[in-house]
Design a protein around this ligand. Sequence first.
Ligand code: PLP
Length: 458
Amino acid sequence: QATPSRNTQDWQAADSRHFLHPFTDFQGLARKGARIITRAENIYLWDSEGHKILDAMSGLWCVNVGYGQQSLIDAAAAQMKELPFYNAFFQTATTPAIELAEVLAEISPPQFQHVFFTSSGSEGNDTIVRMVRRYWDVLGQPERQVIIGRKNGYHGSTMAGASLGGMSGMHAQGGLPIPNITHIDQPHWFEHGAGLRGETAGLTPEAFGLKAAGWLEAKILELGADKVAAFIGEPVQGAGGVIVPPASYWPEIQRICDKYGILLVSDEVICGFGRTGQWFGCETMGTKPDLMTFAKGVSSGYIPLGGVMVGDRVARVLIEQGGEFNHGFTYSGHPTACAVALANIRLLRELDVVRHVREDVGPYLAQRFAELNDHPLVGETQSCGMMASVQLVKDKTTATPFDEALEVGMVCRGHCFGNGLIMRAVGDRMIVAPPLVMTRAQVDEMMGLIRRCLDLTL
Ligand code: PLP
C-alpha cells in the first residue's frame, strides 16, 4: 500500500534529491526513479504502487526467517523499553550480549567459544584483519602480514573488507587493495571453460577443485610461508554469483593451511545461520576454520548485527598473552540487536529451519533448478542449500558466453522486476537466495516466474 500522504513520484523525487544509494549510478537511478518498497510479509514484498513481489533474495541474503516474525519484533520492543543501548567498553556488559555470545558458542563448531561483536559483515572482516595480524604479532612473528583472498570474492565494502574481496570494480576506486592483501583465482569450474581451457583443460570438477586449491599453495610458496598470516574465503561465493566449488576444493584448502600453519578464515556472512543446510557453511564444506565472520542471518536482517567467531587457537593467544586489543565499535554487543538475534536463533531452532533446508526445501530447490538446464539460455545451474544460480550463455552447445554479459543479466533482471520477482544479476549469472522458511509450493511459484523471465530474455 502506498503511504497515503505522498505518491510514488513524490518519494522518487525526494529520493533522488537527497539519498545516495549504495553501489548505484546516481544519475541513472535519478532518471529511472527508485522502486519504493513499503511493506513485507513472509517471502513477499509490496511496493508503493501496490505490486506484490516474491523476494527470492531475502532482502540482501539476510531475511532467513522471512518477514513479519512477531517474536523478533517483540524482542526489539521489549529490549528497547528495558535498556535500548549500553556499550561493552570499560568493563561493562549487557545481558542480551552475554546470552547471545553463549548461544553462538553453542551452535557454532566446537572450536568456537568466543565472539567479537560488530554491526556488519564489513566491520567483521575489518576485525579479522586486525585480529589475525595481532595474533601473529603476539606470537612474535610480525612478518606474517599477508592475507590471501580470492578474485571475485566479496568481503564487504570498508577499506579492509573491499581489499580482502577480489572485485575488480571495487579495486578500481579508492586505492585498493590496502597493502599485504593478495588474491588467487576463484574455484569456478564453468568459468574456466568447463575444464576446456588452459591448464584446467579436460579436468573433471573434482580434479579442478584440487587444482584450484593448489593455487593457494603456489601463492604461499611465491610469498614465502613465513609471510602469510591467513587465507579467507566464502564457503560458497555469494555476491560473486553463487559459485559452488567442487567438493574436493575446501578439504584441500584446509590441508594446505594446516601444512603451512596459516589461519583459515571462513566468511559466513551469507552461508551462516542455515543457508547451506548446516548452521555454518564450513560444516557443509568440511573445514575447521580458525575464525568465522558472520552478519546478515544472525538477526535475519531485522536489525544490523555482525561479528567474528574466534576459535580456540586464536582466542587462547589473544586472551592469555595479548593484553589489550585496541579495537571495537560503539555498537559491539548492542543489546537491542543481540535481543533480536536471540529471538531469531530461537525461532530457527523452534521451526527446525536448518533441517528444513538440508533435507527438504534445499534438495527440492536443487532439483527444480537443475530442470532449467533444458532452457536454451542456460549453460549451467548450481545450488547449495537455499542459494542457487543460473549461468546464461549465448550458445549452450559450445558454452560460449555473451559478449555483453552485464547487459543480458540486466535484461533478465528487468523481466524479473516487471513480473513480480526479485532475482539478482551478477553479469550473466542470475542468482537466488530466498528465505529459508520457503515452502515447496513457494519454490514452484518462484520457478514458474524464473522460467517465464528466461523465456522473455531469449
Ligand atoms: N562478507 C560477505 C560474504 C558478504 O556477502 C557481505 C555482504 O554481502 C559482507 C561480507 C559484508 O557485509 P555488510 O554488507 O553487512 O558489511
